[in-house]
Design a protein around this ligand. Sequence first.
Ligand SMILES: [Mn+2]
Length: 314
Amino acid sequence: MNAAIDQKHPSTRIRALFLSDFHFGYKGVDGAALLDCLKSYTPQTIYLVGDIIDGWKLTKRWHWTPEYTHIIDALVDHRRRGVKIIYLPGNHDERVRTLNPILRARFCFDVGLRITNSIVHRAKDGRKIVVLHGDQFDNALMRGRVSKVGDWLFEVFSDLFSFTPQTASVVVDGKAGKFSLAKALMKKSGKVALRMLGLLERRIVRLLKLKGMHGLICGHTHMPKMRMLRRKYMYGNCGMWMGYTNTAIIETMDGRFELVNWPDMRREQISIQASEAVHIARNYETALIIRRIRQLWPARKLAREAERMGMKPL
Ligand SMILES: [Mn+2]
């Protein structure tokens, strides 16, 4: 498959494309399906709804396939054609949230990307849709139930719509630590998982009501969803691109929100070095992005080695 956006490839114009949870660095990413999805649409705006890079995996061990580079190239192609791209970091790529603001601004300018923790998308019919990764709800979920009004008000104001950097720590049993809701949901019994998802939906309704919003689109749970909560609030979950279910949310030109899915197109995963990943990039922005990813999440072994030799990792 040619990585360039093929002019002959029929591409549907849409208002917005919402994608989350690519987890680059994880070995089961369905890059072929994701690339096909990106080539199938010409959106006005692309929202990357977090966990695009799996920094937790990358720092353990560098894993990159040629498809990752092609996907970033395809995004850059869109950008060059005037598509707005907004990146909302998640808990697996949380280092983007804590990036030095000056560095971040410079990088965003260089690659034509906007990075923010949450944003309001205006639907065609005027509805205000909050877009964020979704780990912002984790602390509340882990406590088991929504606590006193004062408590959640404080959380809503401090966690969401804030410019303060957030880290991916969640308090579990009194200890702050890295936490993956998607994993927790998989491990819990069906009943407990359902209760947690129910709780999540209640939290969402509260937030939307409080903020005067009409809907929310997030990722994080890896469970694709498109439904109305209390018949009033739209809740969309982008799902993931880690095989089995490949899903995205689109807003069509006439303003309908739809969950779309792609078949499993996974092929054998070839792992390439960072230098090779940069080398095969067609756009210089792509090379810049991959270099920045490498800097943000250096593999531990490599970082140690570079330090020993007095070098900065690529
Ligand atoms: Mn997540």
